[in-house]
Design a protein around this ligand. Structure first.
Ligand code: NAD
Length: 433
């Protein structure tokens, strides 16, 4: 396949080298003459292990050349991959100027040439950018069926970019509607087994990854600052933390849904924050961890209230499934707020038996929801039938029971992403989806 690669910076050079090595014919395109010259001489414009050798052999064997002429590259290729820079503007927002310019050049060339083509955006772009670019530059070409557009984010790390390309940590293909592409040309181009999402989902994944990486670095450094202050070896602490691949380095806790709660996380975050303050160690991430949870809780209650309905049914009240622990439960907090604002609340949670609640669990409920006994129902159907809005946080009622009881005028708020709820004959709203 002949592929044009627009932008011979870091990503473009690695993409060109690696794709040429697996047998593709590459035409590099850049506005910067010295980079084009270097490419044509088989020299890498960037320093990256293995890349010089790859470019040199590809050039020697006639599988690689470069040009400044975008139209000529489009004419000679069936796919254009856009890897130009997307720097920050002085305001901190994203500058899509280079991508826009390349997109205009490709669109003009395609209109003139009247050929079929595939465009793959690989530059990091904010959610909505591909759709906007397509709407502004490619709408007619897409409609006529002569053009297909994908967004395939890049996850390589500088220094190990070639190895990362060969064995990608993640493969993602964004399409207009989130359907898999008809042919597997694009699916197989960058290796791995790609997840297919809408353009916006694929764009969001790239930012989610980098946001998470930044957060992890910040977290490790906050632990580092506190540990050093205590004369403790932070490297050893974090090394042991990372040994737990069930709870710490895992999918666990990495799912949008209820705010964090329970008897440990809020208490321990709060204690560590007070401790760090006393010690005079500045830990902004820790300072704001409770605040972000509070914002999520507020959003959760707002979503329930937005319905304008007054009779609210809770399916699940404990802070998570299969426990009767009500301490720090975000569901208890939401129910309390709603009762305080004049809503009628009824609750079903099969794990909660008031006569069995003991210790701090009972104490908390006595102070925060002394009237819980009247709200708690033994039969899920009673709650489902009485409610205008059902807040479902646990899978403690079979979907068939919902199906038999719900009405079209009811709203289900799905707090933790239980997909079958979407198919019920009533309105559905997810907390984060
Ligand atoms: N560097 C990384 O490790 C990395 C990793 C993943 C994703 N990304 C993303 O990939 C994109 C490219 O990053 P980079 O580091 O390779 O950028 P870069 O700035 O090193 O290279 C961009 C290249 O695009 C060229 N260019 C600008 N306008 C052009 C045009 N009209 N036609 C052809 N070429 C043009 C520039 O001359 C430059 O050579 C960015 O969106 C970046 O955020 C980078």
């Amino acid at each position: 396949m002949t592929i044009s690669v627009f932008g011979l910076g870091y990503v473009g050079a690695v993409t060109s080298g690696c794709l040429s090595q697996i047998g593709h014919q590459i035409i590099g395109v850049d506005v910067h003459e010295p980079k084009v010259r270097a490419f044509n001489e088989g020299r890498s414009p960037i320093v990256e292990p293995e890349l010089d050798d790859m470019l040199q052999s590809a050039c020697r064997e006639g599988r690689l050349r470069a040009t400044t002429d975008a139209a000529e590259a489009v004419a000679a290729s069936s796919i254009s991959i856009i890897c130009v820079g997307t720097p920050s503007l002085p305001s901190g927002s994203l500058d899509l100027g280079y991508v826009t310019h390349v997109t205009q050049q490709i669109a003009a060339a395609l209109r003139q040439q009247g050929k079929k083509h595939i465009v793959i955006f690989r530059s990091t772009m904010l959610p909505g950018s591909t759709r906007k670019m397509v709407g502004e530059q490619f709408a007619d070409l897409l409609q006529s069926g002569s053009l297909q557009v994908f967004y395939c984010p890049e996850f390589l790390r500088e220094g190990t970019a070639v190895a990362d390309f060969r064995e990608p940590s993640l493969a993602v293909v964004g399409t207009e509607y989130g359907n898999a592409p008809a042919s597997d040309e694009v699916m197989s181009l960058f290796g791995g087994t790609p997840a297919v999402l809408r353009w916006e989902g694929a764009e969001m994944i790239k930012y989610s990854c980098n946001y998470f990486h930044a957060l992890k670095v910040g977290f490790a450094n906050e632990i580092g600052r506190l540990a050093k202050h205590l004369n403790e070896d932070a490297l050893r602490v974090m090394d042991v933390v990372c040994q737990d691949t069930r709870l710490n380095i895992s999918r666990y806790y990495m799912r949008p849904g209820t705010p964090f709660g329970g008897s440990c996380l809020p208490k321990d975050v709060s204690a560590l924050r007070s401790f760090a303050r006393q010690q005079g160690v500045n830990l902004p991430l820790l300072e704001n961890t409770q605040a972000t949870n509070d914002a999520h809780q507020q959003q959760f209650v707002q979503l329930i209230e937005k319905s304008g309905k007054r009779r609210i049914g809770f399916i699940g009240l404990a802070f998570k499934a299969d426990t009767d622990d009500l301490r720090g439960s975000p569901l208890v907090a939401a129910a309390e707020t709603l009762i305080g604002r004049g809503h009628t609340v009824s609750i079903y949670d099969p794990q909660i038996n008031l006569s069995r609640l003991i210790g701090s669990n009972e104490q908390q409920i006595q102070t925060r929801m002394p009237h819980l006994a009247q709200l708690l129902k033994q039969d899920a159907k009673e709650v489902i039938e009485a409610a205008e809005v059902l807040v479902v946080s646990q899978k403690c009622v079979p979907v068939e029971v919902f199906r038999a009881c719900v009405r079209a005028d009811q709203i289900i708020i799905d707090v933790n992403g239980w997909a079958p709820l979407k198919s019920l004959p009533c309105r559905y709203e997810g907390l984060c989806w």
